[in-house]
Design a protein around this ligand. Structure first.
Ligand code: ADP
Ligand code: MG
Length: 213
């Protein structure tokens, strides 16, 4: 039940599998309020991540090595707004790099790093109908869970649940950042695709931790 480098690798592979499964759904969400490429973009990026992980001759030693591989691969292969956003998220999440395994507070640090990366890059705040609406409540829930003595896996579950609620909360919002903001009021009534894919990534992190049990 440890969140170690093997967990990080399972997370990447679970993420690739679930993004592939959700590709059509993400394309459909992005077609409503964007240009319809989000599912294709992310699927291409995570397939490239898996190819990178498969190709290494030396297995990664640190969680941060895996997170940095995810980051650089997404940056170079996803494109669109979400490539640099997720790339920076995983790069900042890799600040937990030096640790052989994550305790509850390190899980919080990883998630905080991801949110910091997204906001540093995209400058969006909560309520602007972006992936920040999933990650920000996820971090808040993770902090609360860790402070209440939850295990690392429970912290991930709390984050994932809050992200899912956050993604649902984007439906009535009018987008003020990203491509969806070009639609103005017409962006209301649709879930933000980046918030939806963020939930999928956090669900993959939870599943990767269950596999370790
Ligand atoms: P593009 O909009 O360039 O086609 P994608 O379709 O891959 O890029 O990703 C769109 C998602 O990116 C949106 O649903 C939103 O969650 C996220 N996004 C866009 N701009 C921002 C921003 N400034 N801050 C945070 N997230 C953003
Ligand atoms: Mg798009």
């Amino acid at each position: 039940m440890t969140l170690d480098v093997a967990w990080a690798q399972r997370w990447a592979r679970e993420a690739a599998r679930s993004i592939a499964d959700a590709k059509v759904e993400l394309v459909e969400l992005d077609r409503q309020i964007g240009d319809g490429d989000h599912g294709e973009n992310l699927n291409r990026g995570f397939q490239a991540v898996v190819a990178k992980l498969d190709a290494v001759t030396e297995p990664p030693q640190m969680i941060g090595d895996v997170l940095k591989t995810i980051a650089t691969t997404l940056m170079s292969s996803v494109g669109g707004a979400s490539g640099p956003l997720y790339g920076t998220a995983f790069l900042r999440a890799a600040k937990v790099s030096g640790l052989p395994e994550l305790d509850s507070h390190a899980v919080v640090a990883l998630l905080e790093g991801a949110l910091e990366g997204i906001t540093a890059r995209g400058k969006a705040q909560v309520g602007e109908k972006t992936m920040v609406d999933a990650w920000s409540p996820a971090v808040d829930a993770a902090v609360a869970a860790a402070d209440a003595g939850a295990s690392p896996e429970e912290v991930l579950v709390a984050a994932e649940k809050a992200a899912a609620a956050g993604a649902e909360s984007t439906i009535p919002l009018v987008a003020t950042k990203g491509r969806a903001s070009y639609l103005g009021e017409r962006s209301a009534g649709h879930k933000d695709p980046g918030a939806a894919s963020s939930v999928i990534l956090l669900q993959a992190a939870v599943r990767a931790s269950e596999d370790a049990a």
